[in-house]
Design a protein around this ligand. Sequence first.
Ligand code: HEC
Length: 108
Amino acid sequence: MGDLENHFGDDASLDVEDTKNILEFLVQNSAETSTMQSSLMFLKSIGNKDIIAMSQTKVWEKLHKDIEKEVFESNDIKSKANCKACHTDIEKGLIDNDKIKNINSFIF
Ligand code: HEC
C-alpha cells in the first residue's frame, strides 16, 4: 500500500481517502488478527522473510506441489494467485477440502 505507483508493473495509485480506507481494512483483517488455521500456517511460513505473495511461501508450495505447472497456466486459472479458480469460498476465508474444485475439470 506504500508504493501503489509500482504495483506489480501497474500504477494502482488511489486518492488519499481510498488508500486510507483500504489500508485500514487490510490491517483489521490481516492474518495477525485471525484465528483461522490457515492464517496461522501462512504467518509461520512467512516468518521474518520478505514475502509479498502467499504462493511464494514454503507452506503454499508444499500444499500445491502435486499440481502440475500447466494447470496454473491454463486459460481458466492463468496464475497461482487466482486462488478463487480452485477454492470457491476463499473470499469468505474458507479453504475447506470439499470446496476445492476438481483440478481435472480444467481444460488444457
Ligand atoms: C489449481 C487450483 C488451485 C489454485 C489456483 C490454488 N489452490 Fe490451494 N489447493 C488446491 C488443491 C487441489 C489443494 C488440496 C491439496 C491436497 O490436499 O493435496 C489445495 C490446498 C490448499 C490449502 C490447504 C487446505 C487444507 O484444508 O489443508 C490452502 C490453505 C490453500 N490451498 C490456499 C491457496 C491459496 C491462498 C491460493 C492462492 C494464492 C491457492 N490455494 C491457489 C488447488 C489450488
